[in-house]
Design a protein around this ligand. Structure first.
Ligand SMILES: C[S@@+](CC[C@H](N)C(=O)[O-])C[C@H]1O[C@@H](n2cnc3c(N)ncnc32)[C@H](O)[C@@H]1O
Length: 192
């Protein structure tokens, strides 16, 4: 989907819960705060939660309407809200302690190229967290995009995982009111 289509979707109604994804919150609960980027931050549920945990957060998304919803809840101005296309946005090498990509689905080779650049932005020991709909979700899960070419899988993330010390690379289940959804998780650290 293009930025204008996301703007329209966000203008129609709130799309995601105000709460962070439960697995994202669990994985990050014990990680010391530092500098983080939330790529494709949408309405900012993760960026706002991270800021509340003491992280210095930049939230990047090409939907100004989505980001505006996050900005409205950020009365303290604790998040840097950046309207940009994540496939061209960049930051300095070795400058981040966390890059989060939650439910960003792009075709290849764009997605792997973005992840490889993201690894380069991490400081040694910095964390990469990728969570999104698994390709198997189409047949065996509920919700999410129905285009296999943009969905994640353990195999598709294996190339980027090879650049990391990997804590978890696996298919995970997510319970929703409509049933069980299948996601892919990559949770790793840039080698020291
Ligand atoms: C499913 S939403 C996820 C939002 C957020 N990460 C969350 O978990 O609540 C996907 C987001 O990706 C953004 N997006 C898609 N392609 C993008 C791109 N090339 N550059 C920046 N944002 C993009 C959309 O605007 C949308 O906000």
């Amino acid at each position: 989907m293009r930025a204008g289509e996301w703007d329209q979707r966000y203008a129609e109604s709130r799309q995601w819960s105000a709460e962070p994804n439960r697995l994202v919150a669990e994985l990050l609960a014990d990680v010391s705060p530092g500098d983080a980027v939330d790529l494709a931050a949408g309405e900012g549920r993760h960026a706002l939660w991270l800021a509340g945990q003491g992280w210095r957060v930049t939230a990047v998304d090409f939907s100004d309407v989505g980001l505006a919803r996050g900005r409205e809840q950020d009365s303290a101005g604790s998040v840097a809200w950046v309207t940009a296309d994540v496939t061209t946005w960049s930051t300095g090498p070795d400058s981040l302690d966390l890059v989060l990509l939650a439910y960003l689905h792009l075709p290849e080779p764009e997605f792997s190229a973005l992840l490889r650049r993201a690894v380069g932005w991490l400081r040694p020991g910095g964390r990469l967290l990728v969570l999104g709909h698994d390709a198997a979700n189409i047949e065996h899960g509920v919700g999410g995009p129905q285009e296999p070419a943009i969905l994640h899988s353990v195999d598709r993330l294996a190339g980027v995982a090879a650049l990391l010390d990997v804590d978890r690379l696996e298919q995970v289940r997510r319970e929703t009111p409509a049933g069980t959804a299948l996601d892919t998780l990559l949770w790793g650290r840039r080698p020291a």
